[in-house]
Design a protein. Sequence first.
Length: 168
Amino acid sequence: MERDWTDGHLARWLPVMPDLDPDIEGAITRAGELTRHLRRVREQALVDVELERFEYDTLHKLAGRGGRAAPSELASDLGLAPASVTGRLDGLERRGLVVRAPSKTDRRRVDVELTEAGRAIWRKAMDRLGGEEHRVLGALDAKERGQLSDLLRRVMVAAESGPGGRRP
C-alpha cells in the first residue's frame, strides 16, 4: 500500500504519544488534509474563472434555489444580513451574472435571477472542482465509494448530535 503524508505524521507522533489511536488520528488527519486539498482546488478554480469566493457562494446558493430567489432567501442561505447581500448582488448585477426582476408570485417583491453568464461561470467553477473530486475518489471503485459515504454519514450523525453540531 502506498504511503501518504499522514503516515509520516503518525510515525512522528506515535513515539511521543503512545496512547494515540492511529486509526482515529489517521482518519481525522486525512479528512482534514482532503478538505484542505479540495479548498485549494476550489480557490484556484475561482481564480481561473475570475470569481471571488463571496461571488461564487452567492451564485451557488442562487443556483441551488433553481436560479431565482428573493434577496432575503439568499441572505438566510448565506447566513448574512440582508444589507450585506444587497452589496453582493449589486456587484454581480454590474458584471451581468444576475438580474433583478419582479417576483412572479408577489408584485411587491423583487427576485434575483441567474443570467446565462452567471450560470455558465458558476458551472465552470463547479466542473473544475467536481473534476478533482471525481479524480480523487476515482481511487475507489463504486462499491467502496458507497461504503465510504455510508461510513462518513455515520460519523457526521454522531458529530451533528454532539455539542456544536448542526442538524439537518
